[in-house]
Structure formats: structure tokens, C-alpha cells
Design a protein around this ligand. Structure first.
Ligand code: PMP
Length: 421
């Protein structure tokens, strides 16, 4: 048997019964060939693929894993509620308790609504803003990801131009372009959307310029538009509050998802009193939105957020990883850019437009038992230890050696040819 024979077999069977074999952000279609598509289990900070290979997982399920896969405390709360009933004819007390917990934790929030995916929350933010202002136009940063609905999908196939009508784009962190976009929206502006920091795929991440955040708040106030911070990805890895609270900027709405129940399915829209009536006036719902088990898991997750030093610990681990990688990259003679918060790093090599170096290094990391992503930001979790970071750094030392040896003969990564254009 090949070392990846189970994965290959599942992929072959999937070709027959799943369109394209796999879809969406967890498809390995744009990853190096040796990346596994299918996993058998996750435990703490580690993943085991279907062929039994174990990895330190720096992707954390693309965010949901904050306190470790199969966290016993959170999963016990989930199972307790599951045994009592999950999706019932109405919500249980956990829904009210969870709204109270979010309102107590997040400075700008006076109310909470729960849904399932980040896209539900960002779509509700859009509709709330349009209901509140009775206007249409959204100001969005070019390239920023807010979900997979027709109004925000990065791939227009199957959508219409009308789905993305009433949108004006600016450049993240560029105040003049933000002002120009707001001017262009004119008296039709409904909302300004902002990611907590720039976390677009394929390019360096960027911290938010505090002056940009403050200007967004001012422009929203001057025009009557609502300011939305999309914390679906960054939430709880930057602050125990909305991520922009660190800049002293409070949005009207914030969107949450991914890790708020440590991987159990729930997301949230939080808002202030200004737009409470609008939020109460829109029709949004779903068959599974009021299911109690994920709410119980989220309550337990927020308890860990409040009562542990998880954030300080993942920041310390992130610092150790960043410093250690910088040292090893420099020793090997590579320009290696590490951007974004240390708890959500992105790695790109200098002079590597088609990512041939990134692919080679990432594959060498995978072979050494560390799952990194060559072009998407990664995520640290509180189940990681100093020993895990040491293991990642040892792997990196080996991976830089491999890259040094192979760099002169690396060919272009054909499937990423679109990046060069
Ligand atoms: N907003 C941001 C910033 C995200 O990162 C994501 C998910 N990657 C979403 C919205 C959409 O979330 P979901 O995939 O859960 O619908």
C-alpha cells in the first residue's frame, strides 16, 4: 500500500459522487499534491489523516479549533445538551444565557442573534444595515472575504451582476480610498464593512491602521451608515472583545463564527442599541439555528475565554514560533515574511510569485509532521505547547535545508499560474 492509499481511494470515490471531488475552502485542489484531503481524527493540537499520519495542525480547521480538538470540557457540555435534546420546537435557556455572555464580553454589543455559519452572520449584518438606514450601498475592502453567499462570494460563477449591485470598494488601510468610496456611495450608504486586520489569501497580512479604523467610525457617524467589523476569522484570537476594541474603535455590528463554540456549529451577529429595532425587523432564520448543543458548547468556550490565560499563552507561543522561524529562515538565507497577528500567521517567501518555494517548504513541513498552509493564514490554538513549537521549529530547520537544496531546480506550480497574471 502507498502511504496515502486510503486518501487516494476516497478521492477517487468522491470524484463519482461529489461534484469536483471536493469543493470550498477545505478542498486541497490548490495545495501541494502530497496534502491529504481526508482526516480520521483530531486530538488537541494534532490531526490524524485517514492513512494514519499525525500532524501538528497549524490550520486548526481554518479557525474553529481554539481550545483543542475534542476538548473534553467543551464537548461534555455539548453532549449533556445533546442528551437532553438539540434541535427542538423552540430554543432552550442556553440561547438567552449565550446572548447575555456575549453582551457582557463584547463592549459594543447590546444584543446578540445566533445563526450557523459566518456567511449567515455577515449576510444578516448587511440586511440589518439596509433595514436600519433604508439605503442600499455597502462599502467593502477590495479582496476582503466575507463569505460564500451570492452577494459576497469571491467566485462569481452562477451569480449575477445584480447580486453584487450596490457595492463600492476601497483599499484596506487606505484612508483616501475609504473616503472616496464613501463619497461615491453618497446618500445611499448603508454600511462600511471591515475585517479586523487584512487577512486576504495569497498576500501579506496587515495590521489595521488605527487612523483607518477611526476614520471608518467617523464616516459612518457622519453619514448614518453602520460600521460592521467582520470578526468571523479573527474573533477571540486578538482580544476577548471585538478585535477593533484594541484600537478604541467600536463598531455598530460585529460578526462572529468559527471558534466561538470550539468547532461546534454556531455563529453570531452582535449589535448595539442603535440598530436593535432594525435587527428585530428583518426575517432571518434556519432549521438548526436554535439547536441547543452548540449553544451549550459556546457557553463553555466563552467560560474558558474568560477564565483562562489562553490568549496570552497562544500569543507567547506565536511569538516563539515567529522568532524561531525568522532565525532559521535567515540562517538558511531565505527572505521569509511572517505577517498578521502571531496567533494567526501567514508565511510567504520573497521572490516567490507562483509559490514554488512556499509549496516546496510546506511539503517538507508536512513530511516532518507539521501541517502548514502555503498561502492562507494559519491559526494557533490553546492546546499547543512549547514542545509543539519546538517540534515545528525543528521541522522548519529541515524544511529550509530541503528548500535550499531544491530551489535551483524547482519548476513553476502550474495550478497557481493564475497568481503570476
Ligand atoms: N468572514 C470572514 C472574515 C471569514 O474568514 C469567513 C470564513 N472564512 C466568513 C466570513 C464566512 O464564514 P463561513 O465560512 O462560516 O460562512
Amino acid at each position: 500500500d502507498m502511504p496515502n492509499s486510503r486518501d487516494r481511494d476516497l478521492r477517487r470515490r468522491a470524484e463519482a459522487v461529489i461534484p469536483g471531488g471536493m469543493y470550498g475552502h477545505q478542498s486541497v485542489g490548490l495545495l501541494p499534491e502530497d496534502y491529504p484531503q481526508y482526516f480520521a481524527s483530531g486530538e488537541g493540537a494534532h490531526l490524524t489523516d485517514v492513512d494514519g499520519r499525525r500532524y501538528l495542525d497549524l490550520m486548526c480547521a481554518y479557525g474553529p479549533n481554539l481550545f483543542g480538538y475534542a476538548n473534553p470540557q467543551i464537548d461534555a457540555a455539548y453532549v449533556r445538551q445533546l442528551e437532553k435534546g438539540d434541535a427542538l420546537t423552540g430554543p432552550g435557556p442556553a440561547m438567552v444565557e449565550l446572548a447575555e455572555a456575549f453582551v457582557a464580553m463584547v463592549t459594543h454589543a447590546d444584543w446578540a442573534m445566533f445563526c450557523k455559519n459566518g456567511t449567515d452572520a455577515t449576510s444578516m449584518a448587511m440586511v440589518t444595515a439596509r433595514a436600519h438606514t433604508k439605503r442600499k450601498t455597502l462599502v467593502l475592502a477590495k479582496g476582503a472575504y466575507h463569505g460564500a453567499a451570492p452577494w459576497c462570494t469571491p467566485r462569481p460563477t452562477g451569480t449575477t451582476a445584480e447580486d453584487k449591485a450596490n457595492q463600492v470598494h476601497c483599499v484596506y488601510n487606505d484612508i483616501a480610498s475609504l473616503e472616496a468610496a464613501v463619497a461615491k456611495a453618497g446618500d445611499d450608504i448603508a454600511a462600511i464593512f471591515a475585517a479586523p486586520f487584512r487577512h486576504d489569501a495569497f498576500i501579506d497580512q496587515a495590521a489595521p491602521d488605527p487612523a483607518y479604523a477611526r476614520r471608518a467610525r467617523e464616516l459612518a457617524d457622519q453619514t448614518g451608515a453602520l460600521l460592521v467589523v467582520d470578526d468571523v476569522r479573527g474573533g477571540l484570537r486578538v482580544a476577548r472583545d471585538c478585535s477593533w476594541s484594541k484600537l478604541g474603535v467600536q463598531p455598530d455590528l460585529s460578526t462572529w463564527g468559527k471558534c466561538i463554540a470550539n468547532g461546534h456549529p454556531i455563529s453570531a451577529l452582535l449589535g448595539n442599541d442603535k440598530c436593535r429595532a432594525a435587527a428585530a425587523s428583518i426575517y432571518v432564520t434556519g432549521s438548526f439555528w436554535y439547536a441547543g448543543a452548540a449553544m451549550a458548547a459556546s457557553l463553555e468556550t466563552l467560560k474558558l475565554v474568560r477564565e483562562t490565560d489562553y490568549l496570552e499563552r497562544i500569543e507567547a507561543l506565536g511569538d516563539k514560533l515567529r522568532d524561531g522561524l525568522a532565525e532559521r529562515a535567515q540562517a538558511a538565507g531565505f527572505g521569509f515574511r511572517q505577517t498578521g497577528p502571531v496567533t494567526m500567521p501567514l508565511f510567504l517567501f520573497d521572490d516567490d510569485r507562483d509559490l514554488r518555494k512556499g509549496f516546496c517548504w510546506s511539503s517538507a513541513m508536512l513530511e516532518r509532521g507539521v501541517y502548514v498552509h502555503p498561502w492562507h493564514n494559519m491559526f494557533l490554538c490553546a492546546a499547543m505547547t512549547e514542545a509543539d513549537i519546538d517540534a515545528a521549529l525543528d521541522a522548519a530547520e529541515g524544511a529550509f535545508k530541503v528548500l535550499k537544496r531544491e530551489a535551483p531546480t524547482l519548476g513553476p506550480v502550474e495550478k497557481l499560474a493564475f497568481l503570476a497574471g
